[in-house]
Design a protein around this ligand. Structure first.
Ligand code: PFF
Length: 471
């Protein structure tokens, strides 16, 4: 099928007194995968996955992460894509339309998703701002030094300067808003279709460089050597949280993207493809980072300091280091872009479909709200560093509320909705594309998982996260 053929803008049912409007959607199967993968691949692949894997038991952690991914986050992703495509609406309206009884508040899943999107964007755009700043600084050549104290000073100056942090956050927000204003097919789809292949190419180049350095094998060992003694209940929980965040599920992102999927798209197949490609990016990112870190005798730090302090020192130590630093920063900027597009689409699609605002106005409003709200995260290393709620800065608080609470809660109710409320006949009909796909076995497996396994696992994670049960 040609790329254009499957393009069928979907009609939004007319509200009383208004004519039906055409709804934008993804126009090709490749575009669907690029956009969905663009959402999953993000900063999470670059510092969360590799450093969590390295410090939590290597291959043993990857196995646990895979179990969580297959038993929880892929099923939740399939659920969201399926419900979004059926309702052809934003995250909140989807659950209003599909709820069997209008009195049941399933739309709260969508509302919690819009809130989560805001909270995640508030801190994510800040980290992305640092990444964009590093692209500029790497090109200018003034962040490279083989001395981690010097690279640490550069990073410290960036995050503690209120003006600089805010400026970069707003630049990132403006960049994402521009693409969102262009629309679902002409903005998100077109952009991610170009960026995703570029990301893979850059990643492979940096990987080859890193793996061919003398002593690289120690980094490979750090990443993969299985150590099952590290797998504690706490590590299991961390793996589960990562599985949610990585695949962007539990908060309406995939519901919104599903609403732009073509009727002939194989949803379970697409979800698996996205999961496997996302995993490959995570593993390649680990192979790009740790072999180089070990080859030059640096410590495998975790979190932002790995990315913004250790890596510049690592790159400075190798020939053509500036070139690789630029490449790596662009790689991170690309990864962050696809993820932020999907996050911003959640509130924008809601505002554009449920208020009088058009898409451009909805995007501008979201931009303004985020610029104001996100500032609390951007300033949490400078002016607001001493303002703490429950012992956390705004930045950490938003991360905690969204990733540790809202995503698992959303995921739990999504699984319950698909497994216990919507029912098997509708699930089978939707996931087989009305009987066209012969994938009944896969659908049955999905249904059992979403009915029994996923809710129980998520509940255990949540209760533990809230400190209500101890393992
Ligand atoms: N999946 C993205 C990452 O790994 O960086 C983060 C993310 C994007 C989370 C979109 C949630 C979301 F809706």
């Amino acid at each position: 099928m040609s790329e254009i053929e499957s393009s069928t803008p979907h009609e939004i049912p007319a509200q009383a007194g208004t004519p039906p409007t055409k709804r934008d959607s993804f126009t090709s199967k490749l575009g669907v995968i690029a956009a969905t993968l663009g959402s999953a691949v993000g900063l999470g692949n670059i510092w969360k996955f590799p450093s969590m894997t390295g410090t939590n038991g290597g291959a043993a952690f990857i196995i646990i992460y895979l179990i969580c991914t297959l038993l929880v986050s892929v099923p939740v992703m399939i659920t969201e894509l399926m419900l979004g495509r059926t309702a052809r609406a934003n995250a909140i309206t989807t659950y209003q339309r599909l709820s069997p009884k209008k009195s049941q508040p399933w739309w709260l899943i969508g509302a919690s998703g819009v809130l989560a999107a805001f909270l995640i964007l508030a801190f994510y755009t800040e980290v992305a701002g640092w990444v964009f700043a590093y692209v500029a600084k790497a090109i200018g050549g003034n962040i490279l030094s083989t001395d981690p104290e010097a690279t640490s000073a550069v990073f410290g100056k960036l995050i503690t300067s209120p003006g600089e942090s805010l400026m970069w956050q707003w630049i990132v927000l403006a960049w994402i808003s521009l693409i969102i204003i262009l629309g679902v097919s002409k903005g998100i789809e077109r952009m991610t279709k170009r960026l995703m292949p570029a990301l893979f190419v850059i990643l492979v180049i940096v990987c080859v460089r890193s793996l061919t350095l003398p002593g690289a094998i120690d980094g490979v060992e750090f990443l993969f050597k299985p150590d099952f003694s590290r797998i504690t209940p706490g590590v299991f929980l961390a793996a589960m949280g990562l599985a949610f965040f990585k695949l962007s599920v539990g908060m309406g992102t995939m519901t919104t993207y599903g609403s732009y999927y073509g009727d002939d798209q194989d949803i379970p197949g697409s979800a698996l493809k996205v999961m496997l490609s996302d995993l490959s990016v995570s593993i390649l990112a680990g192979l790009a980072i740790f072999p180089a870190v070990f080859a030059f005798g640096f410590k495998p730090d975790s979190g932002p300091s790995l990315l913004f302090i250790t890596l510049p020192a690592v790159f400075a130590s190798m020939p053509f280091g500036q070139f690789f630093m630029i490449l790596f920063s662009i790689l991170a900027a690309i990864a962050a872009t696809g993820a932020m597009l999907s996050l911003m689409e959640v509130p924008v699609s809601y505002l554009a479909e449920r208020t009088k605002l058009n898409r451009t106005q909805a995007t501008i409003l979201t931009f303004v709200l985020l610029a104001a709200f996100g500032a609390t995260a951007a300033l949490s290393n400078s002016l607001l560093a001493d303002v703490k709620i429950a012992g956390k800065t705004f930045f950490d608080l938003y991360d905690f509320i969204s990733s540790s609470l809202l995503l698992p809660i959303g995921g739990f109710f999504l699984a319950v909705f698909a497994g216990w409320v919507w029912g098997y006949p509708k699930v089978r009909d939707s996931l087989s594309n009305h009987g066209v796909l012969k994938n009944e076995k896969a659908i049955k497996a999905y249904y059992q998982i979403v009915r029994y396994v996923a809710p129980v696992l998520i509940l255990l994670v949540l209760l533990n996260g809230l400190g209500l049960i101890k393992w």
